[in-house]
Design a protein around this ligand. Sequence first.
Ligand code: SF4
Length: 71
Amino acid sequence: MRVVVDLNRCQAYAQCCYAAPESFELRGAEILFYDPSPKPEDRGRIERAVQSCPVRAISLEVDEPAAGTDR
Ligand code: SF4
């Protein structure tokens, strides 16, 4: 699972920080720090963060299991 935030689009609304505080953090007025490789168990909160961003700055890529595996 990979997270990318378009920092040119981000307006520091901090909605992602409320949705997934373990993965997104605003430092100062407008500097967003985030975890680009969050743990699988954080996926639900990350998806809420993606949905909550007013400017759709957050992208989430999820690795699908390889075909033929039972995971
Ligand atoms: S919710 Fe969107 S605009 Fe706000 S801090 Fe997070 S990424 Fe930036």
